[in-house]
Design a protein around this ligand. Structure first.
Ligand SMILES: [Zn+2]
Length: 587
């Protein structure tokens, strides 16, 4: 990953993993290492360990481990290049400006930054309209009526697009050319070629990308204008399937609490966020798209879906559920009870019942399967056909659960809850529970493997011995000493790394291993150990040779007992003699 001579490598050499991890975890010095409560899993006693000497971390509880970049990637749920940037920033290392590859690219970058700038100007224009005009006054009254006071309006950058039809256009025209204005999506062109404002007589909500730059607007009609909600079109800086409303401000809370609340619209997100529940995002009218789920997945795998209770909201809930399940999210559904005779969205519910009540229901919100079963039970279950419809409604979701055991548990529960006596339906359910198009592999047995001490010592020496790593690797390879060992793959990877002549980067070697080998390597790296010496290495190698000879001898003995024809038997007996000599000499 961090190639020699690269910027990433340079940053890694200067960065201190203890300092970086220390920003997220309270670390205490324990011996040579530091330890603390693991940020990646729930625990009461610290099993998260950081080594300042090796510049790696490992959690003995959940098995996460690696170098400073692995840590930041896991923590921030980001990709490698972003991790390098973050670590560089944390350590005060200047980041080289990326080279622009072609004139077209430079032009596109320029266009994008102009569009971002234009959105910033539109934003202050809309805010001024809300605050300082007569029309804006009516809009303010509407907002106040919805419980949005001045403070909230300011906090979420809510503004107003006047009804005139070209107010923003006239404002922006002074600075930007027509093409750019149309590209921004803030201005439209009618069939006759005339330009006009896209947003007219609407409350405006700035939509920011993940890093907090305004890239689009949502507009809610003030009167009965249709559509009720109007968003920016797709532009070079905005793709609606890539953006979640409020993500820029929610991500910290989502990471900290390890779950996100997913609501439908910006009004809902604002209603939830303004009462202090910050980990809320909105899919913005459309039902969830895969890139949005991927974005969310960088911060958490747990979601509570709280869509509107109307038919459209239910459909959106169910569609989103299917997508979230496919991406292996743990999903719960909050279906708010009606307020009086009104079906309640989060906005209405919090206004009428308060944040406390909302939080309570949030905590109690059931797993999605319970929600779906409740939906199915509302269908007519008195007839066989009705039950079949209910089962057919549920089956696709059951099939989307990646875990087979969970699937079969849910199948049983569905059968009980829907009182399915019909063998046909039960059979359909259990078939769905056993089948899945892309069966996920069961995790290999992770614990309970103890490599022999000699192997552990040699692995440790290969991973960090200063002076004699290369010789040791050559020795091990020439004598084929690690072949057939349980730790063979770890040895092989370390030997290859050592033979390159470069210092071994243990965390990178580990990253390329299978899970159980990866964990074992980290555990070995964090063991208490003396300074390695060539003498100790040699005695470990002798012990391995000895073990190898013993195993060979046992094998030869088995073959002899099978009593093969003369020629072969002679060969075996000679081999036995030689092995016994070797073993005797080693004693
Ligand atoms: Zn852990």
């Amino acid at each position: 990953m961090a190639e020699a001579g690269s910027f990433a490598e340079k940053v890694k050499q200067q960065a201190d993993i203890v300092r970086v991890a220390g920003e997220y975890v309270r670390l205490k010095k324990t011996g040579k290492d530091f330890s603390g409560l693991c940020p990646f899993h729930q625990e009461k006693t610290p099993s998260f360990t950081v080594s300042p000497i090796k510049q790696i971390f490992y959690c003995f509880g959940c098995g996460k481990g690696g170098d400073v970049y692995n840590f930041v990637m896991d923590m921030e749920k980001c990709e490698f290049p972003e991790a390098v940037k973050l670590v560089a920033e944390k350590c005060g290392i200047a980041i080289p400006r990326p080279k622009e590859r072609s004139p077209e690219e430079r032009k596109e970058n320029q266009q994008r930054s102009l569009l971002v700038e234009m959105h910033r100007e539109a934003q202050s224009f809309f805010v001024k309209q809300l605050e300082g005009t007569l029309e804006g006054k009516a809009a303010r009254a509407y907002l106040e009526d919805r419980g949005l006071d001045k403070e909230t309006t300011a906090r979420f950058g809510i503004g107003y697009a006047p009804s005139g039809g070209d107010a923003l256009l006239r404002h922006l025209k002074q600075k930007y050319n027509e093409k750019l204005l149309v590209d921004s999506g803030l201005v439209s062109r009618d069939p006759s070629g005339r330009l006009f404002d896209r947003f007219r007589r609407r409350i405006t909500f700035p939509i920011s990308n993940e890093s907090g730059k305004i890239v689009a607007f949502g507009g809610r009609a003030l009167g009965d204008d249709q559509p009720k909600y109007l968003n920016s079109p797709e532009t070079p800086i905005y793709s609606k399937s890539n953006v979640l409303y409020h993500m820029d401000r929610a991500k910290e809370g989502i990471r900290r609490q390890d779950f996100a609340i997913l609501v439908e619209g910006y009004m809902d997100a604002i209603a939830v966020a303004r009462v202090g529940i910050s980990n809320v995002v909105a899919s913005c009218g459309t039902s969830l798209a895969e890139p949005q789920i991927k974005l969310l997945g960088r911060f958490t795998r747990r979601v509570i879906v709280n869509y509107d209770p109307d038919a459209a909201g239910q459909t959106a809930t169910e569609r989103s559920l299917a997508l979230l399940l496919e991406q292996d999210f743990e999903v719960r559904v909050l279906a708010l009870p009606p307020v009086g005779s009104q079906k309640a969205d989060p906005d209405l519910f919090i206004r009428e019942r308060g944040a406390e009540e909302y939080l309570k229901l949030l905590k109690e919100s059931p797993p999605y399967v319970d929600y779906l079963i409740a939906r199915a039970r509302k269908m007519d279950l008195s007839t066989g056909e009705g039950k079949l419809r209910a089962v057919n409604f549920l089956l696709p979701y059951v099939q989307k659960i990646p875990n087979r055991i969970l699937r079969s548990e849910w199948a049983t529960r569905i059968a009980q809850q829907l009182r399915l006596e019909e063998p046909v339906l039960r059979a359909a359910l259990s078939k769905a529970a056993t089948e899945r198009r892309s069966e996920v592999k069961t995790r290999p047995e992770l614990v309970g493997r103890a490599a022999k001490p000699v192997e552990r010592r040699l692995i440790r020496m290969l991973a960090e011995a200063g002076g004699f790593q290369l010789e040791l690797a050559q020795h091990l390879q020439n004598a084929r000493l690690y072949h057939g060992l349980e730790t063979e793959k770890i040895f092989a990877a370390l030997v290859i790394a050592s033979l390159s002549g470069e210092p071994v980067r243990a965390a990178e070697v580990a990253a390329a291993l299978e899970e159980r080998d990866r964990r074992l390597l980290f555990e070995i790296l964090f063991e208490e150990a003396n300074e390695p010496s060539w003498e100790e290495a040699m005695s470990c190698i002798e012990a391995l040779q000895h073990r190898q000879a013993e195993q060979e001898l046992a094998e030869v003995q088995r073959n002899i007992e099978a009593n093969p024809p003369g020629q072969e038997m002679r060969g075996l007996l000679e081999k036995k003699q030689e092995l016994m000599r070797r073993l005797a000499a080693a004693r």
